[in-house]
Design a protein around this ligand. Structure first.
Ligand code: ATP
Length: 864
């Protein structure tokens, strides 16, 4: 096969590539063509505008029928060191293969050789961590290792699985440590633990590794360009550039480590042989599959997810929005440390750990964040998602999935075409593990019997690879299980929590996007939101609630002004569902349907509860049928209509994209399913039938799934029958504890959802005091929380640093009245109103003598 002509423009080469090819055309066929004659039809399709090079190459690969196993075998068996056997592979693919195998296979081999020279003092079976500890003369704590070891696993003792990036980091750490080691030894001191590694270079001068790293950086930069910029991936010249860079690296290593000439020559010869062996593609080689992935994998995944994720149908609005248009860039908090540093979500991958956990309460926006990351990954060329540039491939798996049984199935869903080939699934997975792939696992709290195996497989298989894992979960018991799973596979992780949208401006900004996207008159919905009292507004700190606000604004705008407490809102959400079902029923009957609706909601709520108990959020056709059956008698006695009508309002249909496989059903959101389940329990408690245990019918291990449901139950009872809540509290408290509500943070989360429930405030206050004797208040939400806790516990110190307009005045007055002891108050006045009087905040403090008050920018508060 002819080498691509130098100077041929990329466009021309593409033209050549895009020509329809005859299957298994031989080089002889091609060689017999008159010089300059076009390969096939002279008329060539212009690449469409906006098509990327990889897309065009993918198209090139598309018409190729999947190779039958026998065909692959045939190709392999005739393949020798000369090229004709693999004749159907165009030049560009050879170029990609050589470049990819060069950076994934040859270069790491050379760098490993140099690392071994730097590590001559390390015992063979000693882990790098132990070795570094030995040199340092002390053990590293987990956090210290994070700083020193970065991505290097604690028990790693051989760098065989590390790629260029990992090897670069390792060599850098080791050489720095060795320098420190030498520097810490005073002249004449014989205690240096480095016995074999010489500080002197070939010229007997103190070694200088700067040049060595310059050469290595050249190799690393080439790797990054080859793996990320498709034009570079198929550039033939990069292959020889890589060889030159590696030769220079070996030569520099010769100087630094005083290597004997023979060893250097051997290395150079090995390098030369390896590059020679790559002159022919080996379809059996894993690098061939890496090539295939580099060529077409990304596009296949893009096509899969773009269709599925780029639009979102909103729960009750029946409107479709473009996901990227309405996306509100959330912030996250690093879980570690007392006050959790706040970062934009795009910084999560700066953490060195392999696994990144993103946690957040129900509806905090975890799934949406992931979906946006997936979409952004494919829009990289716009330069708006540079934080994803480090990844070459992306796999998404949803833990709610009950049909996908193995990781190989997940791979097949992503790379259908490639997996059709002989041993495709296995080869693609092996190839992925060699690349920098990002495995995204959504909703670990929703993991079920089937998906748990897939997740375990992902964690196990990626643990010693160059891939990273991003996992979302609600922040409770499931998270502990996840941490155990990661620890047992020696995968280090870090957690980020989605920061709630506590500020009014953030909430308005969020709503404005939806206002625009839904075609609502500018300012109409946001103005309505501004009328909420601060007490109710603190409920809207999670995106799901803001979305439900949009629902309310559309269907029941009149009710918004009647909300006084957060509990009023949840009640109205269920009322809204009933209203929408009633509208649907009005098409088929004129009869009064209030009672019938209640009965139907009991059936649906019971089903919702049963599914949640088993951690099921998507139901099969068969499971739905069982629910329908229970609805039919209720409907038949009253109206001639199908249960379909009701369920179509309450449930969302998820049809498989491919058209193959089962259709599944879900509630519009897991939180809504939980509200339905809670309503069922509340109704049962109101009827006074049975103990809470008998209503829940949950096995101890199922209780953790019911946590949020129980919170809604408490909220519901406190709203409609506080006396009954009081009587049933011991049962409810026990159930909450069984569901894993134990820490102060757990109780506080309950209290956020049910702010006026005194029963919750007591355990929340006591557990908080036990954990911390100094409390801080930073947001309006914190003011409400601490006001609720103070009757039951008083901290030694109470720090308050708030924006004056943030807290609800009622909650602030409660906090002031209930505090026994000092309060250190800092008011952060807005920049444009430094001398804001803040009378409404200061007034309740009159007469209290324990307030230390300053305003920022600094000016004394009024004399209290
Ligand atoms: N960053 C965001 N920008 C715009 N809309 C968002 C954002 N985050 C969430 N939403 C909206 O809120 C809804 C709920 O969010 P999402 O399902 O992502 O929450 P979650 O944390 O995954 O919830 P759960 O734990 O209950 O599964 C989404 O369907 C979406 O409409």
């Amino acid at each position: 096969m002819a080498e691509p002509r130098r100077g041929t423009s990329l466009r021309e080469r593409l033209r050549r590539l895009l020509q329809p090819r005859r299957p298994l055309e031989t080089s002889v066929d091609r060689d017999q063509r008159p010089p300059g004659a076009p390969a096939d039809t002279p008329e060539m399709e212009e690449p469409g505008p906006g098509t990327t090079l990889s897309e065009r190459l993918e198209r090139l690969h598309q018409p190729r029928r999947p190779l039958e196993p026998s065909c692959v075998m045939a190709v392999q068996s005739v393949q020798t060191s000369s090229r004709p056997a693999a004749v159907h592979i165009p030049d560009e693919i050879y170029a990609i293969y050589r470049n990819v195998a060069g950076v994934l296979y040859v270069a790491p081999k050379v760098i490993r050789f140099v690392v071994s020279k730097e590590c001559v003092d390390k015992k063979n079976d000693e882990s790098y961590k132990k070795y570094m500890e030995r040199l340092k003369g002390k053990e590293f704590s987990k956090t210290e290792w994070k700083r020193h070891g970065g991505t290097i696993a604690e028990d790693l003792s051989h760098p065989d699985d590390l790629d260029i990036t990992g090897l670069y980091a390792l060599l850098e750490k080791l050489s720095r440590l060795h320098d420190e080691c030498w520097q810490s030894v005073k002249p004449g001191d014989t205690k240096c633990p480095l016995k074999k590694l010489s500080r002197k270079d070939k010229n007997d001068r103190p070694r200088n590794v700067e040049k060595l790293f310059d050469k290595l950086r050249k190799v690393k930069n080439l790797r990054n360009k080859i793996m990320h910029e498709f034009e570079v991936t198929l550039n033939n010249e990069k292959f020889s550039d890589l060889k030159t860079a590696l030769l220079e690296f070996i030569e520099e290593a010769e100087k630094v480590y005083s290597l004997p000439q023979s060893e250097v020559e051997d290395q150079k010869k090995n390098l030369h042989d390896d590059f020679e062996s790559l002159q022919t593609t080996d379809e059996k080689s894993i690098y061939y599959w890496c090539t295939r992935l580099a060529m077409s994998g990304k596009l296949a995944v893009k096509n899969l997810w773009k269709t599925k994720l780029s639009k979102e149908t909103l729960p009750l609005l029946n409107s479709i929005v473009q996901r990227l248009e309405v996306f509100h860039a959330l912030d996250v908090m690093v879980r570690e440390g007392p006050n959790g540093q706040v970062l934009p979500y795009t910084e999560i991958f700066k953490a060195p750990e392999k696994a990144i956990i993103v946690s957040g309460v129900a509806g905090a926006g975890k799934t949406t964040l992931l979906k946006n990351i997936v979409l952004q990954f494919f829009e990289l060329q716009d330069g708006n998602a540079d934080y994803l540039r480090q990844f070459e491939q992306l796999i998404l798996f949803e833990c709610r999935d009950r049909a996908t049984e193995t990781l190989a199935d997940v791979i097949e869903q992503h790379f259908k075409e490639l997996c059709r080939e002989f041993e495709g699934k296995r080869n693609v997975l092996d190839a992925l593990l060699r690349l920098h792939a990002l495995f995204i696992i959504d909703g670990y709290d929703e993991v079920n019997k089937v998906s748990t195996n897939v997740v375990e497989e992902i964690i196990k298989k990626t643990s010693s690879s160059n891939c990273r894992v991003l996992i979302t979960t609600r922040p409770h018991s499931a998270k502990k299980k996840l941490e155990v799973l990661l620890a047992t596979n020696d995968v280090n992780s870090t957690e980020f929590e989605i920061k709630p949208l506590t500020e009014l401006e953030e909430q308005l900004e969020f709503l404005e996007r939806y206002e625009k996207s839904l075609g609502i008159k500018k300012g109409e919905m946001t103005e309505s939101f501004k009328t909420l009292n601060n007490d109710v507004r603190i409920l809207f700190t999670e995106p799901i609630n803001l979305i439900l606000f949009c629902d309310m604004h559309k269907h029941m705008p009149e009710t918004i002004s009647s909300w006084e407490k957060p509990g009023d809102v949840a009640n109205d959400i269920l009322r809204l569902y009933k209203k929408l079902v009633t509208i649907k029923l009005a098409d088929v009957t004129h009869r009064e349907c209030e009672v019938m609706l209640d009965d139907l909601f009991v059936v649906i709520g019971k089903a919702a509860l049963e599914f949640i108990r088993e951690n099921t959020v998507s139901f099969s056709e068969k499971e739905l049928l069982q629910v329908k059956r229970k609805c039919i008698p209720i409907l038949n006695n009253t109206v001639e209509c199908s249960s379909e009508i009701i369920l179509s309002v309450v449930l969302k249909v998820n049809r498989p994209l491919s058209g193959i496989g089962e259709t599944t059903y879900t509630f519009h959101h897991k939180s809504i399913q939980e509200m339905f389940a809670a309503e069922f329990i509340v109704q049962r408690l109101l009827e006074g039938k049975g103990t809470l245990k008998s209503i829940l019918e949950a096995e101890p291990k199922e209780m953790s799934s019911l946590r949020e449901v129980l919170q809604y139950v408490v909220q519901g009872l406190s709203r409609c029958r506080p006396g009954l809540l009081e009587r049933r509290w011991p049962e409810l408290e026990q159930a909450l504890r069984d569901a894993g509500v134990v820490s102060a943070a757990d109780w506080q989360e309950c209290l956020r959802i049910c702010p006026d429930v005194e029963q919750l405030a007591k355990p929340a206050a006591l557990s908080k005091l036990k954990e911390d004797k100094e409390w801080s208040v930073r947001t309006g939400r914190d003011v409400a929380l601490v006001a609720a806790l103070l009757p039951y516990a008083q901290p030694d110190l109470l720090w308050v640093k708030i924006k004056p307009d943030d807290p609800s005045k009622r909650r602030w007055a409660e906090l002031v009245q209930r505090r026994v002891g000092d309060v250190d108050l800092k008011l952060q006045n807005p920049a444009d109103d430094e001398y804001k009087s803040n009378d409404d905040l200061l007034l309740p403090m009159l007469g209290t003598r324990t307030f230390e008050c300053t305003q920022e920018p600094l000016s004394a508060c009024k004399n209290l």
